[in-house]
Design a protein around this ligand. Structure first.
Ligand code: UD1
Ligand code: CA
Length: 454
């Protein structure tokens, strides 16, 4: 039997108090809905339909090209009404699994269990026992069997005491679901078409209803406001860090790290507090990340150490490099092996070959640096003429004196030496010394100006 997945994502999420639709609020750097789509894909469903409404264009734009089916719910008249919008394109012969766009921590394994336990002609409802069930639909059982769901606002005092709640996830044969949805009414406290009313309809039709309990509350938590969003963020971060620790990655404090994307680590990686990883980041064996670092879409080779307070983006390092403290590697910075980049150094779109050092207060942009080069403090590649960018090439073994301006395009030969304070505009040959300075003037007995009136 085929599987269709319908994801409800039409609600505004008023309690977010945001102009961004709820399902686009970011969790671990990605929209809530993205996590739910991933979960749906992990189940191998060929047909995934997103019901969109509020901010629909923005939602569609965020997931264009993801091979999804879209159903518009122009007016949000309830969860049952939302599912109805998806049914015309759903094959009657399939089973339909309903997920919520604001329940991002759902695990595929939980849904696989629901799919397994629920017979092909039966109705499956994913439930969970909540410490505080306030606000959720309550699952009413008789002699252990699920007979119906009652929403908080429609529940009697006795029903409100029930701790088993409806997570919202439901599984049914699509043909049957269509029939039930056609018969839904909205005679309830909220005047909405409740999806949950199909439970009682199934019971009345003699269909078996399976109430399958999720393993914990956290995985099925619905996100309605910024507080719950922050709680889900911490829960997801903890899940990601736990996975990495199981693989042997060391963390100074599992609660003080943020992974917004995919972090892949080799053996004996150690990560100190307040490290933020965004996009695709790979850390080789023995990499050490000190405190307060942002690393985005980068690959650091084995044994590389990133000292505190660096900002690294779109960059690569070879093995045994040292970066920072207070360094900035911008997109296209490629450090080979044993390279040192020190404090207040910015490197952009430049290759730095083996063993070279750029240790202090320097800007290197659009530059090729050979092996064993020493770039002195305060060196600047003047790569921009106000209209175009130009390259600087520095040969192997060159020594660039402190405070040098390298006005690109310019070529600095192998083994050459640049005297401190020079502004280099012409090529320097191999093994040459280049100096560009006015003569020093020393005036004997010089009197400094004195402050007037003193
Ligand atoms: C719903 C369930 C409740 C369950 C809870 C779990 C119903 C009637 N109630 O309540 O039993 O305990 O979820 O979190 O189903 N949506 C639409 N279109 C609509 C209405 C909602 O797409 O017309 C979407 C929302 O964007 C959201 C989801 O459906 O992603 C749930 O809607 P919400 O209004 O939050 O339902 P709850 O009142 O929380
Ligand atoms: Ca909700």
């Amino acid at each position: 039997m085929g599987l269709s997945i319908v994801i409800l994502a039409a609600g505004q999420g008023t309690r977010m108090r945001s102009s961004l639709p709820k399902v686009l609020q970011p969790l671990a750097g990605r929209p809530l809905l993205g996590h739910v789509i991933d979960c749906a894909r992990a189940l191998g469903a060929g047909d995934v339909c997103v019901v969109h409404g509020f901010g629909g264009e923005a939602v569609r734009a965020a997931f264009g090209g993801a091979g999804l089916r879209w159903a518009l719910q122009a007016e949000q008249l309830g969860t049952g009404h939302a599912v109805m919008q998806a049914m015309p394109g759903t094959d009657d012969a399939n089973r339909v699994l309903i997920l919520f766009g604001d329940v991002p921590l759902m695990r595929p394994s939980t849904l696989e269990q629901l799919l397994q336990i629920t017979g092909e002609d039966d109705l499956g409802v994913l439930t969970v026992d909540m410490d505080d069930p306030t606000g959720y639909g309550r699952i009413v059982r008789e002699n252990g069997d699920v007979v119906r769901n009652v929403e908080q606002k429609d529940a009697s005092a006795a029903e409100q005491a029930i701790r088993e709640i409806n997570t919202g996830v439901m599984l049914a044969p699509a043909g049957r679901m269509k029939g039930w949805l056609d018969r839904l009414g909205n005679d309830n406290a909220q005047g909405e078409y409740y999806l949950t009313d199909v439970i009682a309809m199934a019971v009345a039709d003699g269909v078996r209803v399976h109430g399958v309990k999720a393993p914990n509350q956290e995985d099925v938590m619905g996100i309605n406001d910024k507080k719950q969003l922050a709680e889900a963020e911490r829960a997801l971060q903890r899940r990601l860090v736990d996975e990495l620790m199981a693989e042997g990655v060391g963390f100074a404090d599992p609660a003080r790290v943020d992974i917004r994307g995919r972090l892949t680590c080799g053996r004996d990686v150690y990560i100190d507090v307040n490290a933020v990883f965004e996009g695709d980041v790979t850390l080789g064996d023995g990499v050490r990340i000190e405190s307060n670092n942002l690393i985005r879409d980068s690959r650091l080779g084995s044994g590389t150490v990133v000292h505190s307070n660096c900002h690294i983006e779109g960059s690569t390092t070879g093995s045994e490099c040292e970066v920072g403290p207070f360094a900035r590697l911008r997109p296209g910075a490629e450090l080979a092996d044993n390279v040192k980049v020190g404090n207040f150094v910015e490197i952009k779109k430049s290759r730095v070959a083996d063993g070279s050092k750029v240790n202090h207060l320097t800007y290197i942009g659009d530059c090729d640096i050979g092996t064993g080069v020493n770039v002195g403090a305060g060196t600047i590649t003047c790569n921009y003429d106000g209209a175009n960018k130009h390259r600087t090439v520095i040969g192997d073994g060159a020594f660039i004196g402190s405070g040098t301006m390298l006005v690109a395009p310019v070529n600095i030969g192998k083994g050459s030496t640049i005297g401190a304070g020079s502004t280099i505009t012409k090529p320097v040959g191999d093994d040459e010394l280049a100096l560009e300075r006015s003569k020093q003037v020393s005036i004997k007995g010089w009197k400094r100006p004195v402050k007037k009136g003193s």
